[in-house]
Design a protein around this ligand. Sequence first.
Ligand code: T1G
Length: 686
Amino acid sequence: MTVTIGRENAIAVVTVENPPVNALSQALRQALVNAVAELDADAAVKAVVLICAGRTFIAGADVSEFGKPPQPPHLPDVVASIESAKKPWVAAIHGSALGGGLEVALGCAWRVAVPSASLGLPEVKLGIIPGAGGTIRLPRLIGPAAAVDLVTSGSPVSAKKARELGLVDAVLEGDLRTGAIAFAIDVAEKSSPPPISDRVVPAVEAGFWESAEKAVAAKAKREVAPLRALAALRKASETDFASAMEFERETFLELRGSAQAAALRHVFFAERAALRPPELAGITPRDIRSAAVIGGGTMGAGIVAALRDAGLPVVLIERDEVAVERGLVNVRAIFAGSVKRGRITQSVADERMAGIIGGDDYGLLGDTDLVIEAVFEDLAVKRAVFETLSSVCRADAVLATNTSYLDPGAISEGVSYPERFLGLHFFSPAQIMKLLEIVPAERTAPDVLATGFALARLLGKIPVRAGICDGFIGNRILKVTRAQAERLLLSGATPSTVDAAMRVFGLPMGPFEAQDLGGLDIAAFQRKAARERGETPFAPVADRLCAIERFGQKTGGGWYDYQSGDRAPKPSETVAKIIAEEAAGRPQRVWDDAAIADAVLLSMVNEATRILEERVALRAADIDLVKIHGYGFPRWRGGPMHYAEARSLAEVVAVLEGLAADGLAEPPCEALRRAAQAGRFSALAE
Ligand code: T1G
């Protein structure tokens, strides 16, 4: 970490360099305070430019310091020292001015930015609120309404939007340093605007805060920080600066130590670590400049859209012209939906479609770098596709299957140059879901595996390496979750009480509602395959529902009944009768939300620990990312493994033992007992 002070005549240039993102470590905070003192004492200096080296302006406080006691100088004091400096400071922003970085900029008398810069206070995404005056200075500068949007959403704004809001004083084209110095020379002659802390918050109309509270609560659901941030913003507009600072700081320090903040920090670092797994360090991926997708159904079309969103030219192959046209219609519908939701413009949608060639001639793939197969989930059908690909593609082209349940190793039998083959398991809708399970086969080369991770970075996905087993990481845990949920039905719970309990825990929907949405026939198909392999999947009620073709919303009934045109689930007498018959003679109990959540979640953790033990997943954090980005597990819980560790693994083992003793869950597996002794899952890898 360095802070250097340069001089351009009467303008001092303070350059911060603390790679990778100029985070406000203790050393940097101290250096900034020192710089203020040094430059205040230098009469020759008329104004100061604060600029950062590297790819971004200050991206916030150093999140890695959060687990430790805060060290002085504390950021509010750093910002106050810049704000009360004798010379006007100009923050010169490029990259991302986020969190404490924007708060430092709000301490400066002026802010200028390059057009590509983004500015924001994302603290709520880390389960905290701004802690260095952001909730007090921002509404004073840009007004309460804009400040509420920025702070409670945590979403950054562009330089252009920041200029419109008055958050920056100028958007500078060309070299930032040169432009900022020229700006500083200009303002050095002028009287500086009053420090933001001395300004008042513009008044709001009656009811503003009440309606803001409703809107924020609706979006935040169970996340605590957005409403606490709103309370701090309101405090800032209703009291003096010092009281508001005190309130903000107290809230910040309290939330910083909270379980939600710990969980969101865990996910923050897990997501970043997932992009560059240590086991692939130093391995150069193959270039991906062109791609192709075999199969234009729901998954294939979504994958094509994701590849086009990343700017890759794509060939869509289908078995005949009619199917090709159907595939292109599916892709066009995806982009039309994005235009309708205002995500892209019509001209962008047209440009996306223009980059797709549809055809039934595999000969089109002679020079394609990456081919992803997304055809019907049938081994023979998939093998036939790869046989053809083996004969038409370059030897170094990467060949991938999007299978979600079949064994990639079995699919790859007969593929020439098998080292170029791997599984790339996208989640539906593939153009939106962030998770990508990357499944190496036995002979997959390291650079091909690295290519899978590079593709994920290109597509903005969260990659997780998954070993080969039935369902890889995510669907394997899903199978156990569903079986466990069904086990509760035979001991007194109902689909409604189980689903309600899981929603209370924080999931967007319960296991039974989710099955009705996706269709019960998909899992029935897998159970049939499992039974043919000699396994005994537990789904006594689901089997009977499928036998009477209750496949969910699409058949007007599954675990619930549905009126036509209405997706609201209604408890079903038919289902209740089947459950009662299957539960006959079994002990019944009264289940409350917490007990149901325990029975379902801790069984999930038990199976996930087996997956870790078998190295189907290499890190507990990877399993957390799979559940959060593929199955809607609440981010603010940190994922099932973080949740279990934070709760104590010894307690998890004890609860599972209790449930198992009553025949209501599988007993804790050996690996979970071992992890519980160490109090952490990482002990399993030692
Ligand atoms: N602290 C520590 N490390 C950080 C960091 C931070 N704030 N931000 C990023 N890193 C690390 C990251 O872990 C990764 O490490 C490397 O930098 C590159 O990150 C008082 C208290 C800035 C938009 O929430 O959003 O200020 O994996 O891969 O894609 O009110 O990082 O290489 O070892 O993400 O180019 C508020 C968080 C903090 C911003 C760059 N700030 N960072 O994205 O790179 S709270 C944030 C980001 C706060 C005050 C409060 C992004 C980025 P490694 P990367 P990127």
